[in-house]
Structure formats: structure tokens, C-alpha cells
Design a protein around this ligand. Structure first.
Ligand code: ZN
Length: 253
């Protein structure tokens, strides 16, 4: 959602969107870059809380700059609360995701897969492609596919395939979640300084109280430490890191 008054119509006039895929990700936020219209940014995550923890600071930065952000959650997180039934868990976690999206100024979309039982097949390749086509994105984010959680892997592979089927007309960036335990073998190509949106990101992540996000110590142990580490890499207080997909145009099969 665009915050009215945050960006003037005039400021979008000068530069076209052509070539956005050739820009380093961080340069999109360079004040010298103006676009002919707000960018459409889409993030596909496995569960409620993954997009927020993986790239919530970057998504907030896009939304705060007047761009349109959509978060697609592959599952409702219905296996994510011990002792609660899937239906009740899904209700709780969906509500948490909606609240988090309000803080990030993002539109939530729930693809409807089952947490822990994600499916990668022709039906779901087509469904995720349709969801992305509906958004007509300029930039897409998803999980890095080398990950210990199968739902993260599924979200990544379904999104990659949709990108290829759609003619690779937008840049695709992979984000990391809980690197070392979940994301593996992650060597960033791009960094975004999120110092200005770290608190906004934290507030969004804390909407996911069912996942233990109730203390700063918990956040710092699993996520703050990554922001610190990636920040050190580019000499800022906090950063998020990404790997850009840089394949040649692939054949559609
Ligand atoms: Zn997850």
C-alpha cells in the first residue's frame, strides 16, 4: 500500500523501469533513482514470519518509499503451535501475519498450502505462477532454496519456476532465514542497509508472538545477530543480505 503524501507523483516521472534488473538491489533506494510509477514488490515465504524475519527491513523500506509490497505466504503455519489443532493454529498465525503486514504496509496473500506438508507439483507451479501474474511484480523475493525446512525449499522452487515461466522479466532475490540452522550455504550478492527500518521490522516480527517473539533477547539470538553480522559487512548498523538469481534466459519446459 502506498502512503499518500510520502512520495510525490512528480518524483516517479524521470526514470523508466527498464533495466531495474541490472541495478544492484541497494541502488533502488538511491534518491537519485526515480521511477515512472511505484514498483510492485512481491515476497514469497514458506510460513507467517519468514518474509518478516528474512527481509522485513527491506520490504518496509520499499513500502516507506511509496512502492507497493505484497507478501505471499505459502502456508498458514498451521503446524506451528505445539498443543493446538491445525485450524486454530492457522487462525492465530494468519491473524499475526495480517498484523505484521499492517506494520510493514504490505498486502498479505495466503496461498493455502499445509504447513509441513508443502507440495511441489504441476498444480502448485501453476497456482504460484497465477498469484505472481496477478501481482505483475517488478521485483520478487523468496527463500534461498538450500534450507533445512522443506516448506522453505518448496516456496523457493515454486517461485523460481514461476519466474522462468513468466519469461524472467523481473529480478529474483533470495533471502535468508536463521542461517546456519535453516538457510545453508548462503553467500550474498546484495545487501540492503535496514538501519532506518530495523525497529519497524522488529515490531512486525513481534506480531508473531506464537513463535516466541516476545522478548528482545529471543529476537537478538536468532535474527538481530544476523542483522548485526550483515551490517558489519557493509559498515552500517543493520543490514539484510540477498543472493540475486543471475541465470541466462532459461528455456521454458
Ligand atoms: Zn519458516
Amino acid at each position: 500500500m502506498i502512503k499518500e503524501g510520502k512520495i510525490s507523483r512528480r518524483s516517479f516521472f524521470n526514470n523508466s523501469l527498464a533495466g531495474i534488473g541490472s541495478l544492484p538491489l541497494a541502488s533502488v533506494f538511491d534518491k537519485s533513482h526515480h521511477f515512472t510509477r511505484p514498483l510492485k514488490v512481491v515476497c514469497v515465504g514458506g510460513h507467517p514470519d519468514d518474509p518478516e524475519t528474512g527481509c522485513g527491513g527491506t520490504l518496509a523500506k520499499f513500502a516507506n518509499a511509496g512502492h507497493q509490497v505484497t507478501i505471499i505466504y505459502l502456508t498458514n503455519g498451521d503446524a506451528g503451535i505445539k498443543g493446538k489443532k491445525p485450524v486454530e493454529t492457522a487462525q492465530i498465525r494468519t491473524a499475526e501475519a495480517i498484523n505484521a503486514c499492517k506494520i510493514l504496509n504490505a498486502k498479505p496473500v495466503f496461498a493455502g498450502q499445509v504447513d509441513g506438508s508443502s507440495v511441489v507439483d504441476n498444480v502448485w507451479y501453476a497456482k504460484i505462477q497465477k498469484l505472481l501474474e496477478d501481482e505483475n511484480p517488478d521485483i520478487v523475493f523468496t527463500h534461498w532454496p538450500v534450507d533445512s525446512h522443506k516448506d522453505h525449499m518448496a516456496a523457493s522452487i515454486l517461485t523460481q519456476k514461476a519466474c522462468i515461466q513468466m519469461g524472467q522479466k523481473f529480478p529474483l532475490y533470495f533471502f535468508e532465514v536463521y542461517t546456519g540452522s535453516q538457510t545453508q550455504n548462503f553467500h550474498p550478492t546484495d545487501y540492503v542497509d535496514i538501519t532506518e527500518t530495523q525497529q519497524q521490522k522488529r515490531k512486525a516480527v513481534f506480531c508473531h508472538a506464537s513463535q516466541g517473539f516476545v522478548t528482545d533477547a529471543f529476537y537478538q539470538r536468532f535474527h538481530g545477530i544476523m542483522e548485526d553480522f550483515r551490517g558489519i559487512s557493509i559498515s552500517v548498523k543493520g543490514a539484510e543480505a540477498f543472493i540475486k538469481l543471475t541465470t541466462a534466459k532459461s528455456a521454458v519446459i
